[in-house]
Design a protein around this ligand. Structure first.
Ligand code: ADP
Ligand code: MG
Length: 349
């Protein structure tokens, strides 16, 4: 990861990477495998290849930042794009197929509140995924770094948008697995959910396949449902199966944390050490809400999403209905008492 942070940000591929002979061979294999696949299942192969972005058409301009999964670059391909570099072993045909299968799902997503997944980019031996470039700031930056607090009306609007985008992904059979305020951008009062692809893809990466190593990034634990936290504990004690039991219901738990951030302006358990969070959440202890100045209905949304029992957590369609029923505060808008509140939402965002 560090190598991507060096000054060569205009070209993330080093010469040594380009000239590794065994890698060149591997790519030939991949091409051959692709041809075989194409013959076997030409429709499926076509669907995959038509999205691939030709490397000579993509210009990588600057490093935006480095996250848990690696560096993210700004690029140009028919306009500005975000390029996420992946570290997947291209010589492993099984992994490559797993990657393609995973990615073929994400290519079918089209929703106003979900980042546009534009395709994959291959410049041997590196692979990247390309999405639309988000221009605003993340919800994390707005709430935790700039200390902004949204009023209840705005919090409801933003949470509803997140729930709508997430409900769409779930309806498409996609589990986000990394829903957090750093993966939600705010653009002109509208949310954009990003990185719903990454966690699934990155479990294939070389870095993440090291046995018995589990990196816990700052602020990640408070989004993890108890069943994931428990699995994390088993994992760190040496289990070889490193796949965490993510589900649509674990996404709901993460949504609960985002709702908390919107209301409280901080992360749950933000003063606790990782070990303490793991212990508490695993035992079913929740972040206390006594300090939160909000109605019971508002807090109930949190309690439902954070339910210890995954089966008892609501679905996004239920959450949207519940959020919609929450009483809105009246602002300085000229509105008769009988004026339907939802019609004035856009004016408040
Ligand atoms: P994280 O989500 O933990 O911040 P990422 O690897 O997703 O880590 O992102 C690294 C950096 O790139 C962050 O500053 C993030 O805001 C930025 N970034 C990620 N995706 C996009 C995107 N689609 N558009 C613009 N910036 C992005
Ligand atoms: Mg991200």
């Amino acid at each position: 990861v560090d190598s991507h942070n060096s000054n060569d940000s205009h070209d993330p591929f080093t010469d040594s990477e380009r000239t590794l002979p065994e890698k060149v061979e591997c790519i030939d294999d991949v091409d051959m495998a692709d041809q075989v696949l194409h013959r076997k299942n030409s429709h499926k192969s076509n669907v995959l290849s038509e999205w691939d972005i030709p490397p000579d058409q993509l210009e990588i301009t600057e490093l935006i930042g480095t996250g848990r999964f690696g560096p993210v670059y700004k690029g140009r391909w028919h306009g500005d794009v975000a390029v996420k570099m992946l570290d997947i072993d291209m010589s492993d045909e099984e992994q490559l197929q797993a990657f393609k299968t995973e990615v073929s799902q994400f290519k079918k997503t089209r929703h106003d509140y979900v980042v546009l997944f534009m395709g994959t980019y291959l410049k041997p031996p590196k692979l990247a995924i390309v999405t639309s470039l988000c221009r605003g700031m993340t919800l994390y930056t707005r709430v935790h770094q700039r200390g902004e607090r949204f009023g209840m009306n705005k919090a409801i609007v933003l949470a509803t948008q997140v729930a709508q985008g997430m409900g769409y992904l779930h309806a498409k059979g996609i589990i986000h697995k990394d829903l957090k305020s750093k993966n939600i951008f705010l653009e002109n009062g509208k949310v954009v959910i990003t990185d719903f692809a990454l966690f699934s893809i990155m479990r294939l990466s070389r870095e993440n396949r090291r046995p018995n190593v589990m990196v816990i990034p700052d602020g990640w634990l408070c989004y993890l449902a108890p069943e994931l936290i428990t699995a994390l504990r088993v994992d760190s004690s040496g289990s070889s199966d490193r796949e965490l039991p993510f589900s649509t219901t674990s996404d709901i738990y993460s949504f609960g944390t985002i709702w908390y951030e919107l209301l409280a302006g901080c992360l749950p358990f933000h003063k606790e050490l990782a070990e303490s969070i793991i212990w508490r959440v695993g035992k079913g202890i929740k972040q206390p809400l006594t300090h939160l100045q909000a109605s019971k209905d508002v807090k109930d949304v949190l309690m439902m999403c954070w339910n210890y029992n995954p089966e008892k957590r609501p679905e996004f369609t239920d959450i949207i209905k519940t959020l919609n029923r929450l009483p809105k505060k009246r602002g300085g808008l000229h509105r008769s008492p009988s004026h339907p509140l939802h019609l004035s939402r856009s004016a408040e965002s």
